[in-house]
Design a protein around this ligand. Structure first.
Ligand code: MN
Length: 757
């Protein structure tokens, strides 16, 4: 590069940076916030010189990233000058020599505190070292309690990183996309940032399944005019009715996002064409007065349900009972004249802002008063629950993440206490969850419940509107089986903590008994002798021995003594044995460095030879050639191939991101892999014959396993086949679909997987 070219490059950069910053300022000045242009400019200039000369992987000047994050915080989340400054400065402490003290001296304690929070949770929530993940996550959630702006800016940061993910290494992309889907999208959802949640999900989906993403986009495009016609025809009479009511309003078409469409296709095993709710209709109105707002919602509902028949079970009233993230709207499902159900969402303009921008929209409506307190109340209630979970000792880091995650994405129902108090609970929660949500004592001594005055077991699933009375007994204790039907984060965490504490107590008692036993027999307590005892009683290690003895599962007696005197234990036991019974948690959690000679920057080719020698196909999701996959280096230095959407892989992406590898099938038709196919249809003579004929004769694929069930004339078949790749499965499915009596054909993961309706 000549000096002259360098200069031009610098000038181009300068212009780019100045334009980006000016745009940010313009957007800020157009908002309702105070005019703190001077402070924002100061933060910009400081960050600019701190990051000077540094570029992102994409090649653009680094400072463009903080500017973009500040822009998202301002425009898309609706935050003010403090957050904009913090966003501009968010990577300064992390990436340069400046300290939090420097920031504090220049910008005051508030901005410094937010930058500090952001620095602490940087490097992805889980950081690069898996052992730190739970700690970082805890920190993150605790900072939410101090200042919610930390997490809001963190989400803005992640959104910009996702928007620019294309320039990262593929193996990094999976880590970031996976983490985003696993934790950031749920967090955004929980904070009511609906638009950002949707974008995060779509971007993750785009990078993990590029082809499927494109296919769905194309299908959406090719069906667009059809949807427009439906929309016009359906909304015309509604408009006429609303015009009569005299309220200013807008009617919008809401199209389901590609990720939601794909998610529904996956979980319900249906095709794009079978999704009936791709189109929804949104009515956004401006109430005459604030007091009239709720009434107006219901008036519109009454008016439009005179035009179309409403679905009796699908009225969702989030107007009188907002969701915990502040969402308010009235959802109804109406039967159109074309014979399809269409969802209509009725919201005021203010409700719409809150739905799109969530928690942050309340700055915009500071003058208003009607729902601010209530929403803040729900939010702080949720934060309190999180804090309670954090205060309990956590048995396992990954369990902990899953437990917290449970709390982020749950839909809500309303249940009543015996006194008629209303409680918000997650959907699918059980009576046991409800007991723990009221009080730990109630949960841990719960023996059953009365739901609507009828006796039910603890595992009973609650419905919206249920009135629940918890029955307790002082002698009741927490049972290990409870963990199977506790569904809320709080109940699970409490049960695990109580069980862990009880086990510790039992172990302590057991250890005392064992010590006495050795002392009374005048035998020296050695590692070998303890091992021998474990072996005699068929338990894994000293911990279990102590717990079993403490529980009086068996007593140590004379025959034990004889064994201990005569035969010393074989020494091979030693390596499985943990003397003293205290497993070193820290050691277990640490991530061993991968010793394989692998270049993570390259995409590994899955050739027939390599598949047979070096790789293991994950048993949980059983990918075959053509599936979107990734590689994971396990503790024993083996490479496991998972589907990218496998739930196990999602966990790995979030916790062991630096062990991921980008892999690609290069296998042709060289090997056979087992797949399971599910079919459903109307039973009739010769149907089974037809199915087997298509598979074995026409396609000459061998059926490996077959199970058929017929109930009330409905035929259900599960078939295991050996195929080369996804194309083979698709051909088989498409050919089977051509049989008239067959109504559903889909690939399933496990042979016995149940298909939800
Ligand atoms: Mn950043």
């Amino acid at each position: 590069m000549t000096d002259e070219e360098k200069l031009t490059q610098e000038q181009t950069d300068e212009r780019l940076i100045n334009e980006a910053f000016q745009e940010l300022l313009d957007r800020y000045l157009a908002s309702r916030h105070r005019r703190k242009v001077e402070l924002i400019t100061k933060a910009f200039n400081f960050a600019r010189q701190a990051h000077k000369g540094v570029r992102r992987r994409s090649g653009e000047p680094y400072i463009l990233h903080p500017i973009a994050v500040a822009r998202i915080a301002c425009v898309e989340i609706g935050l003010g000058s403090t957050s904009i400054c913090a966003a501009l400065l968010h990577d300064v402490v992390e990436d340069t020599d400046y300290t939090v003290e420097d920031i504090e001296n220049l910008f005051g304690p508030k901005i410094a505190q937010i930058v500090d929070g952001l620095t602490k949770i940087s490097g992805g929530i889980f950081g690069d070292r898996a052992s730190a993940q739970a700690e970082n996550f805890k920190k993150l959630l605790l900072t939410m309690n101090d200042d919610i702006r930390v997490i809001l800016i963190k989400i803005a940061d992640r959104l910009h990183n996702m928007r620019t993910l294309g320039s990262m290494l593929p193996s990094k992309q999976y880590k970031i996309a996976g983490e985003t889907l696993y934790i950031y999208a749920p967090l955004a959802n929980r904070l009511g940032l609906n638009r950002i949640k949707t974008e995060l999900e779509d971007l993750s989906f785009k990078y993990e399944h590029p082809e499927t993403y494109q296919q769905i986009l194309e299908k959406l495009k090719s069906t667009q005019s059809e949807r427009e016609n439906v929309f016009e025809a359906f909304t015309a009479p509604i408009r006429a009715q609303l015009d009569k009511m005299g309220l200013p309003y807008k009617i919008l078409a809401r199209v389901k996002s590609p990720y939601s469409i794909w998610n529904k296709m996956q979980t319900k095993h249906i095709t794009f064409e079978e999704i009936y709710d791709i189109l929804a209709v949104r009515i956004i109105f401006t109430p005459k007065t604030e007091e009239e707002e709720l009434n107006d919602c219901f008036n519109i509902y009454v008016a439009i349900s005179k035009i179309y028949k409403p679905h009796p079970d699908r009225l969702r009233d989030w107007v009188s009972h907002p969701k915990a993230n502040g969402y308010r709207a009235l959802h109804v499902t109406l039967m159109s004249n074309m014979g399809q159900w269409i969802e209509v969402q009725i919201r005021s303009e203010r409700m719409n802002d809150i739905a799109e921008q969530g928690f942050a929209a309340h700055w915009k409506y500071k003058a208003g008063n009607y729902n601010e307190e209530e929403r803040d109340g729900e939010l702080s209630k949720w934060l309190r629950t999180i804090k309670e979970i954090l205060d309990d000792p956590q048995p396992d880091a990954l369990d902990f993440l899953d437990t917290i995650k449970l709390n982020l994405f749950a839909s809500e129902i309303f249940v009543f206490t015996p006194k008629g108090e209303i409680k918000t609970m997650p959907q699918n929660c059980t009576a046991l969850d409800f007991a723990f949500s009221i009080h730990t004592f109630l949960g841990s001594h719960c023996i059953g419940a009365k739901v609507n005055h009828k006796l039910v077991p603890l595992s009973h699933k609650l419905q919206s509107g249920d009135q629940v009375e918890i029955l307790t007994s002082k002698s009741q204790k927490v049972q290990p089986s409870w963990i199977n039907f506790a569904t809320t984060a709080k109940a699970k965490a409490k049960i695990l903590a109580i069980l862990k504490r009880e086990k510790k107590e039992l172990q302590q008692q057991g250890e005392d008994i064992i010590n006495d036993f050795f002392q009374q027999a005048h035998i020296e307590q050695t590692e070998e002798k303890l091992q021998r005892l474990c072996e005699l009683h068929n338990v894994k290690d000293f911990d279990e021995l102590a717990a079993a003895v403490g529980q009086h599962a068996f007593e140590l007696n004379d025959s034990d003594l004889n064994e201990l005197k005569d035969k010393p234990a074989p020494t091979t036991w030693k390596k499985f044995f943990n003397f003293g019974g205290k497993p070193k948690q820290e050691e277990r959690k640490q991530e061993p460095e991968a010793k394989l000679n692998i270049d993570k920057k390259k995409v590994l080719k899955l050739t027939p030879d390599a598949i047979q020698k070096n790789y293991i196909i994950a048993d949980c999701c059983k990918p075959i050639p053509g599936d979107d996959v990734l590689g994971y280096i396990d503790d024993n230095n083996r490479i496991i191939i998972h589907k990218r959407q496998c739930p196990i892989a999602s966990q790995l992406k979030s916790s062991f991101g630096n062990r991921l590898l980008a892999v690609q099938w290069e296998i042709g038709k060289a090997l056979n892999f087992p797949v399971n196919v599910y079919i459903q249809g109307i039973d009739g003579i010769g149907l089974l014959n037809k199915v087997t004929e298509i598979i074995s004769n026409e396609l000459s694929v061998n059926i490996h396993k077959l199970s058929i069930e017929v109930n009330d004339g409905i035929f259900e078949g599960r078939i295991q086949l050996y195929v080369h790749d996804v194309d083979d499965v698709n051909t088989i499915c498409n050919n089977l679909k051509k049989v008239e009596a067959i109504k559903k054909v889909t690939r399933i993961e496990g042979f016995d997987d149940q298909i939800a309706d």
